[in-house]
Design a protein. Structure first.
Lengths: 319, 134
């Protein structure tokens, strides 16, 4: 189960916040052993009360409450090579006096599946520093609404490269570890506008007991292009700029949080986490994001073996 | 091994199928997106189009931001017009009894964009739209 942790930050995608696109949930520097698979299910509840303008000013534009469920399936092909795929379902509601568009901002909850994410990881270094580069593809499951406050995603194709890294902190600090991930996302251009981004996520954890750990989180995003939400510039936008501003925002975000993780059995891991943004530009500010999740580890080979045994006919007495 | 390959091919096909690659040639459907209006400022809205040959009919709606009294320019009603290739010409009639508008737009795949102007109105009003069929 080692390394099968923290799917918490995927849920920020609930309202189109790009921070989510490089989920810390995938920071897994450590891979499960060959032949091991996992199934993960998480629920996220996110509250946005403010919008960040280009200078970091927080402006009240109504509240956005979103709920998300993420299903993920992963498999270690070898001890060093792993693959995983996930798909979130997101439902969001806007409650405010400045709706962008109906029906998405009509005050009721609207939900849909958003983007498939397929990721392949290769564990290049194992000790003392763990280094696991990866490539990932993000593909919208269908065309969905990306204009409005209560949108459920950005409806953009992305190709992501990066690396996870980690290190146990013993002998300096026994029972502690640090892991993180840096990624660069090549994001589908809109109206010819370049808006790639970088994400850096960090996690420091401490095992209170062998099965219980506490962790602190830090997440950051830097956009390398896109639209700036400047009160002086916004009036010069075209209808197209306004239509795509959630997709194209030059989003910079910094978030902090923490959580707890409990290994209930050798195959069942449960966790809870909290996150909030402390600074940002050109996007929604996350006032509070709670995540609950569980991960179940299993061996497909052993399951198939057991099934074939149970299907086998009982041995008949010889002639 | 063969089963694994077949499963992989099916998975990729399912992902591509769910993504939806086709664009319908007909304009019929709901086109949603942004309005930029000389009086109302930025807003969101939609055109609901029904196409029969080159003829178009349907309805429209525009909702502007609520600050600075912009919401007074919220509007909607019926529309009628024609399409010739990728060029669209529509007359949008207001159900609120205000002025009608003439919209010239072009369609490119799932995108529809254009400009409009009020017809014979005491207060000039112009704007542009950027819409997409979701």
């Amino acid at each position: 189960m080692q390394g099968l942790r923290k799917h918490g930050f995927v849920v920020a995608a609930a309202f189109g916040c790009h921070l989510a696109m490089a989920s810390l949930g995938s920071a897994q520097a450590w891979l499960p052993p060959k032949g091991e698979a996992w199934f993960s299910l998480s629920y996220g509840n996110t509250l946005v009360k403010d919008h960040y303008f280009y200078d970091g000013e927080r402006v009240k534009e109504g509240e956005i409450r979103s709920h998300s469920a993420l299903v993920e399936l992963g498999y270690s092909i070898t001890d060093r090579l792993g693959v995983k795929v996930n798909l979130p379902y997101v439902a969001a509601k806007y409650d405010g006096v400045n709706p962008h568009m109906y029906p998405v901002d009509d005050g009721s909850t609207h939900g849909t599946f958003n983007d498939f994410r397929l990721e392949v990881r290769y564990n290049a270094l194992r000790s003392p520093i763990v280094l696991t580069p990866f490539v990932a593809g993000v593909l919208p499951s269908h065309h969905y609404e990306y204009f409005g406050h209560a949108i459920t995603g950005a409806d953009l194709k992305q190709f992501i490269v990066g690396t996870s890294f980690g290190r146990r902190l013993d002998p300096f600090l026994s029972r502690a570890y640090v892991q993180g991930r840096y990624s660069y996302a090549f994001v589908e251009k809109i109206e010819g506008i370049f808006h790639d981004r970088s994400n850096l996520d960090l996690q420091i954890g401490y095992f209170v007991t062998p099965s219980l750990q506490l962790f602190a989180l830090g997440v950051g995003q830097k956009s390398h292009g896109g639209l700036v939400f400047d009160r002086k510039e916004i009036p010069t936008w075209t209808a197209s700029d306004f239509h795509h501003h959630s997709q194209l925002g030059r989003t910079d975000l910094l978030g902090v949080g923490g959580g707890v993780d409990f290994l209930a059995t050798s195959a069942l891991d449960v966790y809870a986490s909290f996150m909030t943004t402390v600074a940002g530009r050109n996007d929604h500010a996350i006032n509070a994001q709670f995540t609950l999740g569980l991960t179940i580890g299993f061996s497909p080979r052993q399951i198939l073996r057991k099934m074939s045994r149970s299907d086998a006919p009982s041995v008949a007495p010889g002639p | 091994m063969l089963k694994r390959r077949a499963a992989l091919i099916l998975l990729v096909a399912a992902l591509l199928g769910l993504h939806g690659c086709s664009d319908d040639d007909s304009l019929s459907g709901v086109w949603t997106g942004a309005f930029s209006d000389s009086l109302g400022g930025f807003g969101g809205g939609n055109l609901t189009l029904r196409q029969s040959g080159a003829a178009l009919e349907g309805s429209w709606e525009a909702v502007f931001q609520t600050f600075a009294g912009r919401a007074q320019y919220n509007n909607g009603g019926s529309l009628a017009g024609t399409v010739d290739g990728g060029s669209i010409s529509l007359v949008m009639t207001s159900s609120q009894g205000s002025c009608s508008y003439h919209l010239d737009a072009t369609r490119s795949g799932r995108k529809l964009s254009g400009t409009y102007a009020a017809i014979d109105c005491a207060t000039p009003q112009t704007g542009s739209v950027d819409l997409e069929r979701i």
